[in-house]
Design a protein around this ligand. Structure first.
Ligand code: F6P
Length: 533
């Protein structure tokens, strides 16, 4: 099957994407919708035969069966013996979800209700700091305990009417110092977000925040809350159980913004708007479970990804939101996609026979246009681009600027596909009065090879429901790509070695231990840093 796909790519790789639009139905046929969400993948080199071959991968990899197993609570995270049920966190009015024969939904809904009561009390000033109602909330967490709520808080800023929300993730003291400087300890709530409650960076920052607060506040622990699966450790930290919001090991860190890890976002935008995020996610779940594959947005996005990465060999994928408030979406997707599908072996431990998931990166348009788009248009490598376009923003009085934003987004996908031929470049130079060798030289710099693929996800406006749809769309895309590759998208053993070595290096960097056993480079760097530290 992979061979058939590669042969098809070889046979079609030089065909201009633009020529596919000779078919007047191309844009319609190579698009899919869910309500107001439109996924247009017609500006790729995929044709009916390519799509047929890709759709066959879904059957071969038994993706429908695996999908149903995930939603049913089967332990599809085989290396950790865990179910994968972040979908239960947004199963607001769905049926029971069983793990080991137990319905998890009563617990999920109970925790959601507790979060809502706590968030509402904070927003109304009934739950207050020792100096008065909370003015600031500081979420301390890293990776999945930071990226989701932070991305969401920026995305939904127009809906924020609660206390100011801040995020601290890096163990670099600069991060927490800059945040705490802007806060009053007497009116700040610190939320320690850590699934395991052992993560070095988060624990170090949590202790720093506690020390900061204890300088002015009589009972600092009373202004702390915790989001974690580890109730024993949150208690040892001194956080009282009524301010601990727990979740189970079947919620992966990078899939956790829907539950307690989303508390800071809920406090910022309010429980109703947070529920709208959940409903958006749930709508995408229903679509993913029920839509035919050729109309199924997550499946189609995954197949386009597989086509570009594993078949065409394009190693990276740029995510380019023309929606400034999605500025952290690329970072969020880096963890979601690269921690999930950055694996070298299949579920059974044998080496993958195709490449793992791609490098994901990006920045909002139009900023990226003035930075790295040069390489996307004229570099030697092809970088498939994923554009996101909101039909309108929240700044009604500045709609003319939003229209400029949209024109830029559309221009980029058109330019990538269309390019500019040497003849066109020559004509431009001739019009400037150039001739001969100089005309040829200047023209060659102005050629755009074109034929560079992109997809566009368009939606009316970035509201809470739409954000929920978008995040769940990408989650399920990752699931489908992982299922086709046959790997485990839900563990992350690749982060462990660095953590272990960091703990052996910490006493060396602190000068408490020599660098015996370290390679000469690492030992030399330790000695340089100690000498200059
Ligand atoms: O190091 C990777 C990781 O385990 C991520 O998967 C996770 O999101 C992050 O660290 C934070 O972990 P925790 O929530 O347990 O602090």
């Amino acid at each position: 099957m992979w061979n058939d796909l590669r042969a098809h790519h070889e046979a079609t790789r030089d065909r201009p994407i633009l020529s596919l639009f000779d078919d007047p139905a191309r844009a319609e046929t190579f698009s899919a919708r869910l309500g107001d969400l439109l996924l247009d993948y017609s500006k790729t080199n995929l044709d009916a035969e390519g799509l047929r071959l890709l759709l066959a991968l879904l059957d071969k990899a038994r993706v429908a069966e695996k999908r149903d197993a995930m939603f049913a609570g089967a332990k599809i995270n085989e290396t950790e013996g865990r179910a994968v049920l972040h979908t239960a966190l947004r199963n607001l009015d769905g049926g029971p979800v069983l793990v080991d024969g137990q319905d998890v939904m009563p617990g999920v809904l109970d925790t959601l209700a507790r979060m809502e009561a706590f968030a509402t009390a904070i927003r109304e000033g009934r739950e207050a700091g020792q100096g008065g109602p909370y003015t600031d909330v500081v979420n301390i967490g890293i990776g999945g305990s930071d990226l989701g709520p932070k991305m969401g808080a920026i995305a939904l800023a127009p809906y924020a009417d609660g206390p100011r929300t801040h995020f601290v993730s890096n163990v670099d003291p600069a991060d927490i110092a800059d945040v705490l400087r802007a806060c009053d300890p007497a009116t700040t709530l610190v939320i320690v977000a850590s699934k395991t409650f052992t993560t070095q960076e988060t624990m170090a920052n949590a202790q720093t925040a506690k020390a900061w607060m204890s300088q002015t506040v009589r009972d600092p622990a009373a202004q702390f809350a915790a989001l974690s699966t580890a109730g024993d450790r949150t208690a040892a930290f001194g956080i009282s159980p009524e301010r601990v919001f727990g979740f189970e090991d079947w919620v992966g860190g990078r899939y956790s913004m829907w539950g307690p890890i989303g508390l800071s976002l809920m406090i910022a935008i309010g429980p109703d708007a947070f529920r709208a995020v959940l409903r958006g996610g749930q709508a995408m779940d229903l679509h993913f479970r029920s839509a035919a594959w050729h109309e199924n947005l997550p499946a189609l996005l995954a197949l386009v990804g597989i086509w570009h990465n594993q078949v065409c060999g394009h190693a990276t994928r740029a995510v380019l939101p023309y929606d400034n408030r999605l500025s952290r979406l690329p970072a969020y997707l880096q963890q979601l996609e690269m921690e999930s599908n950055g694996k070298r072996v299949a579920m059974d431990g044998t080496p993958l026979t195709v490449d793992s998931g791609p490098v994901v990166w990006g920045e909002p348009g139009t900023n990226g246009q003035h930075a790295f788009y040069q390489l996307i248009h004229q570099g030697t490598r092809v970088i498939p681009c994923e554009f996101l376009l909101a039909a309108r923003g929240h700044e009604d009085d500045l709609h003319h600027q939003h229209q400029l934003l949209l024109a830029n987004g559309l221009a980029q996908s058109e330019a990538l596909m269309r390019g500019r031929s040497l003849d066109e470049a020559r004509a431009l130079m001739a019009a400037k009065g150039l001739t001969g060798a100089e005309l040829e030289r200047q023209a060659s710099h102005r050629v755009f090879p074109g034929n560079r693929p992109s997809t566009t996800l368009a939606y009316p406006v970035l509201d809470p429901f739409t954000l929920g749809q978008i995040v769940a769309l990408y989650e399920h895309r990752v699931f489908v790509e992982g299922a086709i590759l046959g790997l485990n998208s839900y563990d992350q053993w690749g982060v462990e070695l660095g953590k272990e070595l960091a703990s052996t290096l910490a006493p060396m960097v602190a000068g408490e231990q020599g660098t015996d056993g370290k390679d000469a480079s690492t030992a030399g760097l330790v000695s340089f840093l100690r000498a200059h530290g």
